[in-house]
Design a protein around this ligand. Structure first.
Ligand code: ZN
Ligand code: ZN
Length: 646
């Protein structure tokens, strides 16, 4: 008999040789129907692998990330079989699951695959899936494995096998198909009910450009057709909301190959938007007792050696800039923290003066490989809404709470309602990995957890996820399409005060180390605006949107009146413009809709006589003819309802 520990901590006794599927059946028939993957003592296994020893068993269904991984990887086998049948001579290489679906890299010496071929691949793969073939793992000797692929003339699999150790090699069979595979499959192909080939791309064998270019076939699959339909709708919507597309359409930012890859250029409307976001945060920060500081874009190499950033970013980042005569070395600033430490160091502090809160919209530069760059989310230069709080150990609690308040204010004012917090703490099993006293760590971890509780945050605790220099809290935001984004973090740090020898005089008249808190509610302006674009689809909150209203004169005759309306809106701090082009009102409305302007103010004969404007909302709602005062009230009310007070 063996003892199997389940995730709820319960221990059950079974006969040796029982399979995960049979364990599932012993729990409930319903569970057994849904189990598609399993993990035993930390290793992914098949649901039919006999268990021979005591251990911990986790059963996964489609709802689990691990279940999806097994599902998608298993589908890659089906698609590979379809490709073999459709393209004789195709050479298979690798076919892993990815975040959303799977791919298979294949060498097609005689063919190419394009979008028009996708339906026939999907159809073939579905035909195979419907056969309900079991996935069966078997061990093979190295020579047997090599022979199998040498006979096929598949040099890729031969190369993979040559790097494996004899005795560890396994094949997976289903139907007439065999693949070299470590395992981790769903029970049978019949569970896969919907398959979609999404795209093809070139990919070098082993990611090396000196090697053969292979064809990477991307796909995704689901246990229900309905889920595939929903996923494809989501993809369509995501395409429409792609921040790179919207940023261009709304004239917010651009990139120039001449300026350099990964270096965004903010256009006037985008710059104004950023400015409003910065002002919004600056005002709140002022109320929260922050002081603004300004630091340069570069710093001496020694500064980053002291801070430890050189060890982290130095070799793999932008290389030092040298001065022509003195041979000094400077680095582009990868982080603002070291500069702020030196600001703290510029004068002595007593405990009565703490906390000190230094804030800066600091632009930093980090090298990213050109292939990794992506719109505003992966760039080489970006501005953090950074701040560093220097406080006594007793103040960490309150400071952390204040930062959470500020973060919640930011998220609320920008229309994010669905977010969770991830609290990263030490792995208690490896205390040596962390710098700082156990006492301080405990204090800080408790402070973070208490603050999260006190503020009613929906939070998860991740043991072992803390940085070596301190615990942290990250906000994870769900956007309108249900995708997760990691936003700003709040991080406690014991290292930098140590490395920069920061001190304050305590009530005992002795020198003590302050604790440093790093925080950035937006994370970075670039990433945040990208998220905001994809979340709102460009329909920003009214307080933030570049143009709140557009005045559309019915004809040239009414231009004077339009200008009068504009003046009075401007006097009320409403951002508006006039579309005085010689176009029909219908066309002007359509374009204003495309530009996501919230209010269209149509002015014609009757309006001019009655001193009114005819208001149409973005999306089509007609508010009729109202006075400018009434419209101003309406705008103010809507702004106040989103922009919470702080
Ligand atoms: Zn496999
Ligand atoms: Zn920092």
């Amino acid at each position: 008999m063996i003892n199997i520990t389940l995730p709820d901590g319960s221990i059950k006794e079974f006969e040796s040789g029982i399979t995960p599927m049979e364990v599932a059946k012993s729990i409930s028939e319903g569970l057994a129907r849904n189990v598609i993957s399993a993990n035993f003592n930390g290793a992914v296994i098949e649901t039919v692998t006999p268990l021979q020893e005591d251990g911990s068993l986790v059963l996964y269904t489609w709802r689990d990330k691990e279940g999806k991984t097994a599902f998608w990887h298993s589908t890659s086998h089906i698609v590979a079989q379809a490709l073999e049948e459709l393209y004789p001579g195709v050479k298979l290489t690798i076919g892993p699951a990815i975040d959303n679906g799977f791919y298979y890299d294949v060498d097609l010496p005689n063919d190419t695959i394009s979008e028009k071929d996708f339906p026939k691949i999907e159809q073939k793969a579905l035909e195979i899936a419907r056969g309900k073939h079991n996935y069966k793992m078997r061990s093979v000797s190295k020579s047997e494995a090599l022979n199998f692929y040498k006979e096929q003339g598949n040099e890729y699999k031969v190369e993979l096998i040559e790097n494996l150790e004899d005795g560890t090699i396994t094949f997976c069979d289903h139907d007439t198909f065999t693949d070299l595979c470590r395992g981790g499959h769903i029970p049978n192909t019949g569970i896969v009910k919907a398959i979609k080939i999404l795209s093809v791309a070139g990919a070098y064998w082993r990611g090396d450009e000196h090697n053969t270019q292979l064809t990477r076939v991307y796909g995704i699959s689901f246990p229900k057709q309905k889920e595939l339909t929903e996923y494809l709708e989501l993809l369509e919507e995501a395409k429409k909301r792609d921040h790179r597309k919207l940023g261009k359409e709304l004239e917010l930012f651009t990139f120039s190959q001449k300026v350099g890859q990964g270096l965004p250029l903010w256009l006037p409307k985008g710059a104004a938007l950023r400015e409003r976001l910065e002002q919004f945060l600056k005002q709140a920060q002022k109320k929260a007792g922050y002081e603004m500081v300004v630091t340069p874009h570069i710093g001496q190499k020694e500064l980053y050696v002291t801070s430890g950033h050189y060890a982290k970013y130095g070799e793999d980042s932008f290389q030092p800039i040298k001065t022509p005569k003195e041979d000094e070395e400077f680095l582009l600033k990868p982080m603002n923290c070291p500069h702020h430490c030196e600001i703290y160091n510029s004068k002595p502090f007593s405990y009565r003066e703490l906390p000190k809160r230094y804030a800066e919209f600091g632009t930093v530069y980090r090298y990213e490989q050109s292939g990794e760059l992506h719109g505003l989310t992966r760039v080489r230069g970006f501005t953090q809404d950074d701040a560093h709080i220097f406080c006594t150990p007793d103040q960490v609690d309150q400071e952390f709470m204040n930062v959470i308040d500020l973060s919640l204010y930011v998220l609320g004012s920008l229309g994010f309602e669905d977010f969770t917090a991830q609290v990263s703490i030490r792995d208690p099993k490896t205390p040596d990995k962390y710098i700082g006293s156990v006492d301080n760590w405990e204090k800080a971890e408790n402070a973070i957890i208490n603050a999260a509780k006190e503020k009613g945050l929906d939070y998860v605790i991740e043991e072992g996820e803390a940085a070596f220099y301190g615990p942290k809290l990250d906000f994870m935001v769900k956007d309108a399409l249900g995708r997760n984004w990691q936003l700003g973090t709040i991080q406690v740090d014991y290292t930098l005060p140590e490395r920069f020898d920061l001190t304050y005089k305590g009530s005992d008249n002795e020198l003590h180390r302050p604790i440093m808190i790093h925080r950035a509610p937006f994370g970075s302006m670039e990433r945040f605006i990208a998220l905001l674009l994809e979340h709102t689809g460009g329909n920003f909150p009214l307080w933030l949107i570049p143009e709140q209203a557009i005045i559309l004169p019915v004809s040239e005759k009414h231009e004077k009146y339009a200008e009068k309306v504009l003046k009075s809106l401007e006097n009320n701090e409403i951002r508006a413009l006039i579309d005085s082009r010689n176009e029909t009102v219908g066309k002007k409305i359509r374009e204003a809709e495309m530009n996501k302007i919230p209010f269209m103010l149509i002015v014609g004969e009757d309006d001019e006589k009655a001193n009114t404007i005819s208001v149409r909302k973005h999306g089509g709602d007609d508010l009729g003819a109202i006075t400018i005062e009434k419209f101003t009230d309406l705008v103010t009310k809507e702004i106040n309802s989103t922009l919470k007070s702080f």
